[in-house]
Design a protein around this ligand. Structure first.
Ligand SMILES: [Zn+2]
Length: 257
């Protein structure tokens, strides 16, 4: 029987029978991993406590015929404690998005590092942030994931004339996942979404800045709202059967807390 060793972040855990747990993990070297901790081969309670969602662990997984078994789990040095509902809401929504978009057998260390970054910044949220700011953080981390997976939008130049787009008002063409300039908008048949220059700048900032910087942004509420709406549109370009629930659940969870 072969073994896999990896550093992982726990995306989700599910009870599948009274004593059995299924874990959805993202490994630094192996990408998405599914492993079962079975009753008979049950890992100790101490080990299981290392495997709460959004924690990190060093694991050993035994490859099985039907499914893979989680054999060993040790708390990873990247594990951080969360103190706020905001942190859990954002991480939970992002984990769900990851599980919808990631496939086993495709590994990208940058996605693992994105989780390290999200976990680090989330652990620093000691007082609840506003629902809108939590959505902004979710938007930033989602855009970064979409970019890594090749579903990110193309904003550098007009999709029609190829003219480089500076900090000016542009129009987002959802079907192309790209922008068209003011001059070309009349030539496009699909419905376009107007994006003010400030919103475009903020969107580009979300894609390139650290999550710590995203949390520090000061911007008008309507500008942040526009950027969140744009991110929802951009997510439609990814192969999802429905919209990531984070855009609704985060506001609700944070507002109720
Ligand atoms: Zn153009």
């Amino acid at each position: 029987m072969g073994y896999i060793r990896d550093q992982v972040v726990v995306l989700k855990k599910m009870s599948i029978r009274e004593w059995d747990r299924q874990y959805f993990l993202y490994g630094k070297e192996h990408g998405l991993l599914l492993a079962v901790a079975r009753g008979a081969m049950k890992i100790s309670a101490k080990q299981a406590s290392q495997l709460e969602p959004f924690s990190f662990a060093d694991v050993m997984i035994a490859k099985g015929r039907a499914y893979d078994h989680l054999a060993v789990a040790v708390r990873g040095k990247q594990s951080k404690r969360f103190f706020s509902v905001s942190a859990y809401a954002v991480a939970g929504a992002f984990s769900d998005l990851c599980l919808k978009l990631l496939k086993p057998g495709v590994a990208d260390e940058r996605i693992f590092k994105l989780w390290v970054e999200l976990s680090g910044i989330s652990s620093q949220i000691k007082a609840e942030i506003s629902p809108l700011r939590a959505q902004l953080l979710f938007s930033a981390v989602s855009l970064r994931l979409l970019d890594l997976l090749g579903y990110g939008p193309f904003f550098k130049s007009c999709a029609m004339c190829g003219e480089a787009q500076g900090p000016t008002e542009v129009f987002y063409a959802p079907e192309r996942n790209a922008v068209v300039c003011l001059d070309c908008r009349g030539e496009v048949s699909e419905a376009l979404i107007r994006v003010p220059a400030h919103a475009m700048n903020l969107l580009q900032f979300l894609r390139s800045a650290s999550l710590a910087d995203v949390l520090r942004i000061t911007a008008k509420v309507d500008l942040i709202e526009t950027v969140v709406v744009m991110t929802r549109e951009i997510c439609k370009h990814a192969p999802l059967d429905r919209e990531p629930h984070g855009f609704q659940s985060i506001s609700k969870l944070v507002a109720d807390s």
